[in-house]
Design a protein around this ligand. Structure first.
Ligand code: KG4
Ligand code: ZN
Length: 352
């Protein structure tokens, strides 16, 4: 049995978990900084790193207590070393180094995107899901990344496509900001979309020929144009009220949110389906914060014609259990990091 303490601090969640054999989550503690960053409408990097410093020791201790695990029972310490915010990553990496050094156990640096992918290996209830058979196709969709990856084996990745501009989550966050729905945007847009008509606006889908790359910046601009059109029309129709700036233009928020969400999901599903067919994969894995989106999960399952796996909702967004899951496979084949492990803010997903 291999017990790994995993640490994640790449963005605005300070997280620690104890994971057994890359599959069983003994604890998964997440201290979210959401309420603090909400004031700024996005993650404020300087504030994030300070909050990580304040939270990290308690979060790690809580993870060990919740897992009923003593320091001396740990086999390795895993930590996200990129991609992410430099100050935030440094807090986790230094904490992990200190623990590994003090306990004289291996240190394993993990790529955050690989962590998201491996959240699919984690067991979250008492049932035993069928084992994942390679090759699989993974769609990793987060706030900073949109990647379609052919996974040939553990640690063997072939990137089929990625975004050439905004990430899917970033598009959700920006549109939410335009619609004044708050931060983070994904859950807010999903909620607003419930009351809306997804066909109300025919927003553009960037197919980019037959490529598996993605682009969301045109869609974001199209949403902005529609919002601006409403703002202008209302000012023209009600000049007196607009001058007083007392009445906000009535923007059909629900219809815009629903149509935008449908446009994003449409492209993600169509390209993933096409890649799954082309490479004849046994199943499709969804991962990353945007994989929490209900429309994406449902449409993907309906479209792909093969099993589609997605992590439980708590494991879609940033957490440390996923880092422990990915670390296990590195540990098994002896991929151990040196004491010179440094943070890499723009780390890419690569085979090792
Ligand atoms: O993976 P994650 O927690 O952090 C990064 O690695 O970036 O992903 C965060 C992103 C944010 O952009 C957030 O708006 C998006 O995931 N997100 C969602 C949903 N929940 C979170 N997007 C769409 N629908 C959701 N339900
Ligand atoms: Zn993430």
């Amino acid at each position: 049995m291999c017990k790994i303490l995993a640490i994640e601090s790449s963005c605005d969640e300070t997280a620690a978990a104890v994971v057994i054999d890359g599959i069983i989550v003994k604890s998964n503690v997440i201290a979210s900084q959401l309420e603090i960053h909400r004031r700024y409408g996005g993650v404020f990097p300087e504030v994030a790193s300070r909050q990580h410093i304040l939270a990290i020791s308690t979060v790690i201790q809580d993870a060990l207590i919740e897992a009923r695990t003593g320091w001396n029972e740990l086999d390795a310490v895993a930590v996200t070393y990129g991609p992410g915010l430099v100050g935030s990553l440094l807090v986790g990496v230094n904490a992990a180094k200190g623990i590994a050094l003090a306990l004289d156990i291996p240190l394993i640096g993990v790529n955050h995107l690989e962590g998201h992918l491996y959240s699919n290996w984690l067991k979250t209830d008492k049932t035993d899901p069928p084992p994942i058979k390679f090759p699989v196709l993974a769609l990793i969709v987060s706030g900073g990344h949109t990647e379609l990856v052919l996974v040939h084996n553990h640690g063997e990745y072939e990137i089929l496509g990625r975004t050439i501009d905004d990430a899917a989550g970033e598009a959700f966050d920006k549109v939410a900001r335009m619609l004044e729905l708050g931060f983070p945007g994904g859950p807010a847009v999903q909620e607003a979309a419930k009351e809306g008509n997804p066909q109300a606006y025919d927003f553009p889908r960037a197919w980019l020929g037959n490529s598996f790359d993605f682009s969301f910046s045109g869609l974001k601009t199209a949403v902005l144009r529609v919002i601006q059109k409403y703002t202008k029309t209302n000012i023209l129709q009600h000049p007196a009220m607009a001058a007083q700036a007392k009445v906000k233009p009535t923007i059909p928020i629900a219809d815009i949110a629903a149509s935008f969400q449908m446009a994003v999901v449409d492209v993600l599903v169509s390209k993933t389906k096409a890649a799954a067919e082309k490479y004849n994969v046994s199943e499709v894995l969804l991962a990353g914060g945007v994989s929490a989106n209900a429309l994406l999960r449902n449409k993907m399952m309906a479209a792909c014609g093969r099993p589609v796996r997605a992590p439980s909702l708590i494991l879609c967004t940033d957490n440390a259990a996923m880092i422990g899951a990915a670390a296990y496979w590195h540990f098994k084949v002896g991929h151990i990091s040196g004491w010179d492990l440094d943070v890499v803010t723009n780390l890419e997903l690569e085979s090792k």
